[in-house]
Write a protein that binds this ligand. Structure first.
Ligand code: NDP
Length: 290
């Protein structure tokens, strides 16, 4: 198959790196040097113009938000092949995705929202989980391409359902990371050895993905490599809080985590990694985070 991949960011770059092994792959990135590097490293083909990406059976997007996806869709609409499939791996907004899908449908192009989970390491290892919203037949057609970077693919419903599940899933993760960080920063202040504390917690009822996988390295080694921007997590939680509000669900915890992420973004800056919320908690508590 001929596939295009648009958006070679922290996660898009390694995801797209698996495609050339099985499919003819054209890549495009706003900052062209990243696409150039990708072609060199992974054997993809760099598109000289964005329009070139329209000449494909499958077009992937992996951009910050649905707003950037809508912009790209608008630019490519006149050039798309009838029968093509658009797979949006952005963690996007379900309402925006339904609008994009209906515009593409008039051109004979099927749209699937297919956000991913598993982070940069999962993308590098080809072990991502993909939660897909959209037509079952369309999913079967794109499955061989998704399988290049995914270990698990779940169709969760019609268009928009993938983005809905992703927003809720990341909000659950944010709540866990935040609460675990408060707990572990407290333990450190109490003079408890954090590696021993984590050893005990991870064999106890307080354990979670946050305590087992995400927080040990930031807390024990003070390592915060840039992998997933705090601003992107705040965006996911904002999508989830709009969904709870629109559904009339009482959700004070979702509202609070949204406020906390926005406040930590103001403290840490827009480029901060999401695990740096540990530093925000420390700073707000008067602890030197050197
Ligand atoms: P990054 O910020 O690392 O990359 C964003 C990408 O979008 C870059 O390729 C950037 O291009 C491009 N871009 C930004 N604005 C525009 C625009 N106006 N027009 C065209 N291209 C644009 O983000 P990630 O790769 O981390 O995330 C991408 C999506 O995947 C997000 O929705 C995120 O929530 C989701 N996600 C991320 C995960 C992660 O671990 N990083 C995990 C799971 C989901 P340029 O290089 O020019 O800046």
């Amino acid at each position: 198959m001929r596939v295009s991949f648009i958006g070679l960011g922290a996660i898009g770059y390694p995801m797209a790196g698996h495609l050339p092994k099985r499919h003819q792959t054209v890549v495009w990135n706003r900052t062209a040097s990243r696409a150039q590097q990708h072609a060199k490293e992974h054997g993809s083909q760099m598109a000289k113009t964005l329009e070139e990406t329209a000449d494909a059976e499958i077009i992937f997007t992996c951009l910050p938000t649905s707003a950037e996806v809508a912009e790209i869709v608008d630019k490519l609409k006149p050039k798309l092949r009838r029968g093509a499939l658009w797979v949006d791996c952005t963690s996007g907004d379900p309402t925006a995705s339904r609008e994009i899908a209906s515009q593409l449908q008039t051109l004979g192009v099927a749209f699937l929202d297919a956000p991913v989970s598993g982070g940069v390491p999962g993308a590098i290892n080809g072990q991502l989980t993909v939660m897909v919203g959209g037509d079952e037949n369309a999913l079967e057609q794109v499955r061989p391409a998704l399988e290049c970077f995914a270990a698990k693919i779940v169709r969760v419903g019609d268009v928009g359902a993938g983005h809905t599940v992703k927003a809720i899933s990341n909000t659950l993760m944010a709540v866990n990371v935040w609460a675990s960080s408060e707990g572990l920063v407290t333990l450190a202040q109490q003079g408890v050895d954090l590696s021993l504390a984590l050893d005990a917690i991870n064999a106890s009822s307080g354990r979670s993905n946050a305590t087992e996988r995400l927080l040990p390295s930031p807390l024990l080694k003070r390592e915060f490599p840039p992998r997933f921007k705090l601003a992107l997590l705040a965006k996911d939680v904002k999508i989830a809080t709009s969904l709870t509000r629109a559904s009339g669900i009482s959700s004070p915890v979702f509202a609070l985590i949204s406020e906390l992420l926005n406040a930590s973004k103001a403290t840490l800056g827009t480029e901060a990694d999401y695990l740096e919320i540990v530093k925000a908690i420390e700073r707000w508590s008067g602890i030197n985070d050197a």
